[in-house]
Design a binder for this molecule. Sequence first.
Ligand code: GLA
Length: 587
Amino acid sequence: MPLLEATNGQFTYDGQPLRIISGAIHYFRTVPEYWHDRLQKLKACGFNTVETYVAWNLHEPRPGAYNFEGIADIEQFIRTAGELGLHVIVRPSPYICAEWEFGGLPAWLLADSDMRLRCFHKPFLDRVDAYYDVLLPKFKPLLSTNGGPIIAMQIENEYGSYGNDTKYLDYLRQGMISRGIDVLLFTSDGPTDSMLQGGTVPGVLATVNFGSRVGEAFAKLREYEANGPVMCMEFWNGWFDHWGEHHHTRDAGDVARVLEEMLQENGSVNFYMFHGGTNFGFYSGANCPAPNQFQPTITSYDYDVLLTEAGEPTDKFYAVRDVLARYGFAPGAELPKPIAKRAYGKIRTDRQTGLFDSLDVLSEPIASVYPQPMEKLGQNYGFIYYETRISGPREKHQLNLQDVADRALVFVDDRFAGTIERWDPETKVSFDVPKEGVKLGILVENMGRINYGSYMKDRKGITEGVRFGYQFLFDWTIRTLPLDDLSGLTFEAGSASGQQGPVFHKATLQADHPADTFLYLDGWTKGVVWVNGFNIGRYWNKGPQKSLYVPGPLLRAGDNEIVLLELHGTETAEIEFKDVPDLGPTA
Ligand code: GLA
């Protein structure tokens, strides 16, 4: 018998009525050293439950190779929550959306040209089964039915926003049950007829996701869930940002008001998010409402919620805490001491090495008749470089990338010739070719696979071919550049400013007292930053975010190695560490 039950319009836990007051914290977006801090803050705000997704792509980076260490140690996250007396809700994938690369699906699924996602397709289900065989047994001792903190688990994620394959949903449900998951199962969907019809499973609790209009949403839910309690599984109390947009915020008073409406309706709630965190590495996802409208998500997942990206309580924290206290959910813990922040000031990058000079230490050349996307070459994330020769003489033609995902820098005889971006059909590169011919180099950046909607099969790099004018170009050398190990780079002393093209820059940060800090890259254009070998994410002068969060646990007392890959060039050799973030202008 599950301890948490949903009957007669309410949740009961071990026979006693329970109102679930939950907040989302994704273990994979916060360094493990801070899990306890964030979870304690959840408790200190009056919450009784934490919810997390599970990111399949983090746990199975290559087919059959699993990772549950460090930031991927989900069992430790759940145990920590349990030790603090919190219940845990797990939303275990395969698909999670979450503005996370490919919605948490492993990129290598796309190596199979016939792959079908999120439906009853055997090759997809075989992969899910192999993963569930490893993942779900880890949860068994942590289930409330075995004395652990997990009270409920979700099937798929907002499936009705995507499809209507009930056989697939039932297969996932059976897959959880047959592997010993005996806690309450539920689905979550948008509050519309089509979404609830596509996403719900008979006999499984339905919940809804929304940011406002509580009465309408719960009324629609009740049409599909007549007996169960009403629960908002994602209360969007903030929002995320794409590159080139403003920074989204939502008023704390408005959030408190909507929460109160939910409580008055006797609803349970999961705040999406309580603490957003960071899209470290290359794990940010993208939206794509129409084929040419690719919208990559930024590095910060601050989400303007109860805790900031760096874990500090916001006005929303206090406004929500007040409402919860009035409804009988008193803080269950003390607020932990604030985490130290430091302004280390300006430092100079003083060593460089060109990306193209480093190809041999970063990759192996792959000969290929035609360009191929990275998934076909066993690569998940990062960059991919294509090189060929064009004979001359030829008059000026346009270079056509068919198709490029997501953003290509074009080099003709090693000279930068232009940028082609998938979301901007106006970006064109044309050139003529002298008698002796030219070397053509195309460096493509994967800016994050689409995590939601109709265009999720989003292969990265060049998918079909490259044309010069009408003519397809054959005979390529390809380099996969996942950039997951930079230890082989050899840097030379020099000055960053004025250099063009993709260059790695190195600086040393002396930190006598390691603490949280925020890296500002004013004057730099676009690239990626590693702190002591840990990829803290992308920067881009197009904003909105102006600073990157550097969690203190990534630093050590003494010298710290900061490496930047700058794709275009910089006006300055300096970078700056401040003690406050800047996520950019709001609307
Ligand atoms: C949906 C998804 C979440 C997330 C939010 C937006 O509700 O289920 O994973 O993507 O949208 O942040």
